[in-house]
Write a protein that binds this ligand. Sequence first.
Ligand SMILES: NC(=O)c1ccc[n+]([C@@H]2O[C@H](COP(=O)([O-])OP(=O)(O)OC[C@H]3O[C@@H](n4cnc5c(N)ncnc54)[C@H](O)[C@@H]3O)[C@@H](O)[C@H]2O)c1
Length: 377
Amino acid sequence: MAKTWRCAVVGSGLAGGWHVQLLPTLENTQLVAVCDVDPAHAKAAIESAKAPNTPVYTSLEEMLGKEKIDILHVGTPSGDHFTPARTALERGINVITEKPMEITLERIDQLAEIAKKNGVRIAGIFQNRWNVANRAMYDARQQGRFGRIAWAGCFTPWYRPDKYYQEVPWRGTWALDGGAAIMNQSVHAIDLLQWIVGPVKRVSAYSSSRIHPKIEAEDTGCCALEFADGGYGTIMGTTAMFPGGPVRIEIGGENGTAVSEGGLRVFKFREERPEDAQLLERFVPPMPDIWKKRLAEAGGPAVMEKLGLNAAVSTAGGASNKDVKIELHVKNVRHILECWEAGRDAETNPAEARKSVAIVLAFYESSRRGGDAVDVK
Ligand SMILES: NC(=O)c1ccc[n+]([C@@H]2O[C@H](COP(=O)([O-])OP(=O)(O)OC[C@H]3O[C@@H](n4cnc5c(N)ncnc54)[C@H](O)[C@@H]3O)[C@@H](O)[C@H]2O)c1
């Protein structure tokens, strides 16, 4: 019989709350406890997960001492993943952290070492790798269908009101968020860019806070970059563009171009395959609301569903951090469990999770130096 993983969550705010919600729904996980320094957050999470009898703790040590736990899911602020993750790993408990795994490379590398030393595993969440449009682009790249890449870019044109930063004081701070729009929001798309295209060699960046003067770090930034294979690229990220739109990933080379933006917009190769057109049809970006309304009036949504249209699942996040759907988190966690059961590391292991953080840190270093080119470590 397949193993049942006994899971606990530490830090049960927005993202930790998604883990609390998904754990009771998976076939091979059991939610055994939730810990949060603010017990009201833990209680709200277990209630919305319809698991109100789950034990709640305010001390991680106490939870780990009392409960039998196989995996600790870490949903504390990004710059405070290290302490709970290390505490669990040193007790022989596996760890799944939210993105980014941590905000420095040293801490990510140390966590990998501690896991190894204690014979357990650690993996991160980068749920957008399980978005069908992004995975189709990844597969095309793996199959060499783009040829030599000329240029590739990622754009995160999001919006967060002042309230977003004011209501949760760690957001936008260097110590706990590790930055702001680039480390917190754009890191998703930066991970996708480097995962699909390949390693980034150096960046030349600019960033500052354009409309959120009270936050320590940037709300807007962009960079030119050079990939290790010589191609060029761009990263743009902001939380200052009202009303916020979907993430866009764009890749083009000698034999093809692909664009994802809430779904697949372009997927065109010199060597065409019949499944390309099918992919484009199936993973068409979501329709504008006005079209949906007209279609609904004409009795159309059932027809759309029947045809399997609009099947792309995306974490929009454009205008709010609350419009993220948890399907991709479910896929990411399922993948981690499958790998661990098979005795291997997950795709989002520390060596992978550190790559986007390395790019973000080079981005910040370059920006501090007025746009000088900085090599990615
Ligand atoms: N994958 C995604 O799409 C996604 C989306 C949002 C946030 N995140 C990530 O999730 C993490 C948390 O972000 P959030 O927006 O959910 O934050 P949040 O502020 O909503 O939640 C953090 C929670 O941790 C608790 N907490 C803080 N320090 C703690 C400690 N030492 N021990 C126990 N509990 C503690 C807080 O009380 C709060 O409930 C961040 O790393 C963030 O980057 C990921």
